[in-house]
Design a protein around this ligand. Structure first.
Ligand code: GLP
Length: 264
């Protein structure tokens, strides 16, 4: 595990973009696992800027998004389909046929649909680079506390905390989604490389539990400790509750000297 502590959100976004852009350049047919939420917005902005500058080509890339709210059609402004189009896909040359986002409008055969999503990831050779944010309760994707660490893509009930966090985005209380389709923790752990981004003091407790706490289904992100190639890129505020900050800085320095390719 590599923990990269940056000054602020802008630096987190730039560092994440540097790594993602490097990965896309070295493998034009890359399969990206993409995330929504406010955290990766800066990363998407940076990637769009690189694309516009002619420095980044997504024409052969494929993507799988982590999750989608159940009940929201793609045109709903709070759907993750809408988010991805608005904040990324409509600004880059990602072929629409290569974009996969769980369909929030299905109303039956959920298990079958989710198994197909898993199958499709497999058929594309698996996810090369998975981007993650983290919820205040330590969830990744919508793997709420107590999700099985071996879980696969499935329908998941959202926790009270997540529903509360989302409430402000919906004008009508009855519209606030109570369920989502999400990749499982097992699905995420199968990715070849994982980048988790976090910013702000509100994420500090979750980040500390994920990195330094015991591996527990109560904090889904702690399962990443079992992944052989995970990088946390976090700002000073999100790093606030970590006890080993000096050690992470030392490791990063050594990594830069001895294995710089790990960071590119
Ligand atoms: C949602 C998403 C997660 C995201 C989390 C944090 O629950 N399903 O993928 O990481 O929110 O969002 P934000 O980055 O806005 O804090």
């Amino acid at each position: 595990m590599l923990v990269v502590i940056k000054k602020d959100y802008e630096e987190v976004s730039r560092e994440a973009a540097r790594i993602v852009a490097g990965a896309v350049r070295s493998n034009s047919q890359i399969v990206l696992g993409l995330a929504t939420g406010s955290t990766p917005l800066g990363l998407y902005k940076e990637l769009i800027a690189l694309h516009r500058a002619g420095d980044l080509d997504f024409s052969q890339a494929t993507s799988f998004n982590l999750d989608e709210y159940l009940g929201l059609p793609a045109f709903h402004p709070q759907s993750f389909h809408f988010f991805m189009k608005q904040n990324f896909f409509s600004h880059v040359n990602f072929p629409s046929g290569n974009v996969h986002i769980p369909d929030g409008t299905i109303s039956r055969n959920y298990d079958e649909y989710c198994a197909q999503y898993e199958q499709s990831i497999k058929a594309h050779g698996g996810i090369d680079l998975q981007i993650l944010g983290i919820g205040r309760n330590g969830h990744v994707g919508f793997n709420e506390p107590t999700s099985s660490l071996a879980s696969r893509t499935r329908l998941k009930a959202l926790s009270r905390e997540t529903v509360e966090d989302n409430r402000h985005s919906f004008s009508n209380d009855s519209e606030v989604p109570k369920c989502a389709i999400t990749m499982g923790i097992g699905t995420i752990l199968d990715s070849r490389r994982v980048l988790l981004l976090a910013s702000g003091r509100s994420k500090a407790a979750a980040v500390a539990k994920a990195i330094e706490g015991p591996i527990t289904s109560s904090v889904s992100a702690s399962a990443l400790q079992m992944h052989a190639d995970v990088t946390f890129i976090i700002d000073e505020d999100a790093a606030y509750s970590l006890t080993q900050r000096d050690y992470y800085r030392h490791v990063l320095e050594m990594t830069q000297i001895f294995t710089p390719e790990r960071l590119s």
